[in-house]
Structures are given as structure tokens and as C-alpha cells.
Design a protein around this ligand. Structure first.
Ligand code: JHZ
Length: 416
């Protein structure tokens, strides 16, 4: 896998790098060392993968957080093992999003909706009965097949100005273009917005849902930093990015999914009005998203790593069995930064059939099914899918396992 952007190779690190949104100078906030790509699950525990730097940097000028070194999209996404889980939490979230979009008139029963990064098509499947027509676009060939099999027409491609023009020619212009948790997955966000501008008509809306940078830092979610996440958008950075392309951020709503996400709504006409609540969020963000807050986040990250490392070693020394729950991308940042491996962690439970029977990158921990987890309950589960805390704990207890305790790593290490 060849890193595309900068920093790697024989030349020394550049210390002053430009913000990939506004071009201003950035400063380093947190260095998580080198890790393999978070979804590079392997067929053998012995596989040694190439590891790349994970460095978070901040642009004080537009309040953008970005990954310093970006890997090539083709290598990261063409064959992808992340399949959106069937989850009650997500299903409720889809209802919330659909209600919001309908109540604002952004979708109606006759709307044409296109989703970028549509994965296995779960969101489109959910809204399909409430709108006129849906189409997904996703680059992962293996995942597109799952979406098509589920009845969601899906174009297997990256979203760009070119593919956007192709969609407009073949299917017409959509009323709504949605990009959920995929917008930060590209080292250059400008072609994505240019694609949206090419595809959308004047009255149409763009909805981008992404982990919200202020939640990420306030909740110490350092494990959200991995190579797929090349940006950590604030409202200011998103508004700025949109404005560069003549788009206006008109509304922002908050959601609890994935540790706190922002749903950004934009329109092509730059003179559209911005909601009052968005102005209030911007004021709050300016107050709390400061250099000091980012330094605190970095210090808390180191503290969580130290505490978790000590706790796992202590439990292991006391002959306790420990598994992780959720073969998540963020779990791999957590394990690899903290330095946890199969020497102390027996297995990782995950519901995704594509992941089972394989091994977590670098730590070499074997991935087993939830049924195997039920059959062999460990003394402790380290909850690496902490964003599904209530749902997973209820599932484990509902399956009759009242033995396993849960170690929750974020926002601080504690046991339930
Ligand atoms: P989950 C993914 O991150 C990858 P990850 C991606 N890069 C991204 O941006 C975010 O999502 C948004 C399992 N599970 O969603 C299924 C159970 O085993 O937190 C999944 O493998 N039992 C696109 O990987 C994992 O946990 C359950 O009951 O950090 C959840 O992964 C449930 C609910 C999930 O994201």
C-alpha cells in the first residue's frame, strides 16, 4: 500500500503542513505512533502489516482537524470489510434522520435520494418506502454486491465530479444527496463538494453526517483517529469548505451515534439563510474548540492508554480472561496505541460474518462470532464498540451472561 500524500519516504518530516481545507499552516496535536490501516484484518495472527503514522493536526485558521498522512483510497476501500451492522441504535437513528428530513421538507414521498458511501444499503433500505427513488454509490465491490442483493440499486464507484455528472445524465438530478460517515474518508474533500455542486439542482440539499470534532475531543475519543478518518470536521471547517464551492451551510443537527455526530445540511445558493441554532453551535464551538482543549485531549489520551494498559495487565496477572467486543476500526487504534495483543486478550467478538475467523491487524487477536462469545463468556469484555454500549450489554445480559464485566475505555477507563 503506497501512501499518497506526504510525510512518508526517505525525506524528513515536514513540520509545517497546509490545512487541506483552507491551505493555512497546521500544528501537530497528537501522535499515535504507527499502525496498519484499521480495517486491515488478516488471515493469520502472524501477518506483519506495514504500519503508517497516525498524526492529528489542527488548523487554527478554520478549526479543521486532519490526519497528517493519508493512504490511497483505492487501497483502503476497493475491498472493504466494514459492513454496517444491523443495529437497533442505528435503526432508531435512521428514523430520527428521516423524521428530521421530512419535517424540514428536504424529502417528500416523491423525492429522488442519492447516498454516497452507501455501504450495504441499510440507510437507503430504511427510507425507501418513504421516498420516491433511491440510488447508492460506493467504491467497495464486495459491499456493493450486498446492497444490490438487498434491493438497493448501487453504482460501484468513488463519488467525484465525473461520477456525479454520470448519475445526473443517467438518472437525473436528486432532491437530496446524503453522505453519512464517509465524507472524511478522502484526503481531499474538494472534489466531493465539487461533485455535489455538479449533481444538485438549485432547490436540492446536501446532507453530510460525520463524527463531530468537538464531541471527539470533549469525550476523549482518540480511537476515532485512524487512516480512514482523514478529517474531523468542526462546524466552522465544514462551513468554510462548503463556502469555497459556493455552497451555504443552512442547518446543523446533532446526534449521539458514533460518539456524537453532526448532521450538516447545505444548499447551493450561497445567499440561503442559516438557522439560528447553527449560529449558536458555532458560538459554542468557538468557545470550546481551542488549542488548550486540544492539548487536554492529547493529555487525556495518554492517561487513558496508561490506565488501560495497567488494568489489562493486572487482570491478566490475576488469571482473568479478557476478550474485546466489536472488531471495530477504532478498537484497532485503541489496542495498537495502548500496546495490547493476543498475549493478554483471548479473542474479539463481532457479529460481522466477513470478519469472523480472521485476526485483528497488528494485535493478532482472533475474531469470533457472538455465539462463540455466548458459549465461552470471558471474565471481562473490553468494549471496543463503546458506541453501542447499551445495545451490546443488553444483548449479552439477554443471552444469559451475567458473569462478564465490561471495561469501557472512553471517555475514561471504567468497569461496568
Ligand atoms: P462501528 C466504522 O468504524 C468504519 P468502526 C467507518 N470507517 C466509520 O467511519 C465508522 O464506522 C462510522 C460489531 N457489532 O460501527 C459490528 C457487534 O458485534 O462501531 C461492527 O464490526 N454486535 C466506516 O468499525 C462493530 O461492532 C453488535 O450488537 O469503529 C461496530 O463497528 C453491534 C451493534 C455491533 O464502527
Amino acid at each position: 500500500m503506497q501512501p499518497r500524500v506526504k510525510g512518508l519516504g526517505a525525506s524528513p518530516w515536514r513540520t509545517v503542513l497546509p490545512c487541506r481545507i483552507c491551505g493555512s499552516r497546521t500544528e501537530e496535536i497528537l501522535d499515535l505512533g504507527r499502525t496498519p490501516p484499521a480495517n486491515a484484518i488478516t488471515d493469520s495472527p502472524e501477518t506483519v502489516l506495514e504500519a503508517y503514522p497516525l498524526v492529528l493536526e489542527w488548523c487554527a485558521s478554520c478549526s479543521n482537524l486532519q490526519l497528517r498522512d493519508c493512504l490511497a483510497s483505492d487501497d483502503l476501500y476497493r475491498n472493504y470489510l466494514y459492513v454496517t451492522p444491523e443495529s437497533e441504535t442505528l435503526s432508531k437513528h435512521y428514523d430520527y434522520l428521516l423524521n428530521y428530513l421530512s419535517s424540514q421538507g428536504y424529502v417528500t414521498p416523491s423525492s429522488f435520494v442519492v447516498e454516497v458511501g452507501s455501504n450495504a444499503g441499510l440507510f437507503l433500505k430504511h427510507i425507501q418506502p418513504s421516498v420516491g427513488r433511491v440510488i447508492g454509490i460506493d467504491p467497495a465491490e464486495n459491499i456493493c454486491k450486498l446492497a444490490v442483493a438487498a434491493g438497493i440499486p448501487t453504482i460501484c464507484d468513488f463519488f467525484s465530479e465525473t461520477s456525479a455528472r454520470g448519475i445526473a445524465e443517467k438518472f437525473g438530478k436528486p432532491d437530496l444527496l446524503v453522505a453519512r460517515h464517509c465524507f472524511a474518508h478522502n484526503c481531499d474533500p474538494h472534489p466531493l463538494i465539487a461533485g455535489a455542486v455538479a449533481l444538485l439542482g438549485d432547490g436540492a440539499h446536501l446532507v453530510v453526517e460525520n463524527a463531530y470534532a468537538l464531541n471527539t475531543i470533549e469525550n476523549n475519543e482518540f480511537d476515532q483517529i485512524y487512516h480512514e478518518h482523514m478529517f474531523y470536521f468542526s462546524i466552522r471547517s465544514m462551513a468554510n469548505l462548503l463556502a469555497i464551492h459556493g455552497m451555504q451551510l443552512v442547518d446543523v443537527v446533532m446526534s449521539l451515534v458514533h460518539g456524537g455526530s453532526a448532521i450538516f445540511v447545505a444548499k447551493k445558493s450561497p445567499d440561503s439563510t442559516r438557522s439560528e441554532s447553527t449560529q449558536q453551535y458555532l458560538t459554542r464551538e468557538a468557545h470550546f474548540m481551542t488549542r488548550e482543549a486540544l492539548q487536554r485531549f492529547a493529555a487525556n489520551t495518554r492517561l487513558i492508554a496508561e490506565n488501560l494498559h495497567a488494568l489489562i495487565n493486572e487482570l491478566h496477572a490475576a488469571n482473568k480472561t479478557i476478550c474485546t467486543y466489536g472488531a471495530t476500526a477504532k478498537g484497532n487504534t485503541l489496542l495498537n496505541y495502548v500496546g495490547l495483543t493476543r498475549s493478554t486478550i483471548t479473542a474479539c467478538v463481532d457479529s460481522t460474518p466477513l470478519k469472523q475467523g480472521k485476526y485483528l491487524p497488528q494485535s493478532g487477536i482472533p475474531i469470533i462470532s457472538e455465539q462463540e462469545g455466548v458459549a465461552h463468556p470471558p471474565d471481562y469484555y473490553l468494549l471496543t464498540a463503546w458506541n453501542y454500549k447499551e445495545e451490546i450489554i443488553a444483548k449479552v445480559r439477554g443471552g444469559g451472561n451475567f458473569h462478564s464485566k465490561f471495561i469501557i475505555p472512553i471517555p475514561f477507563v471504567h468497569i461496568l
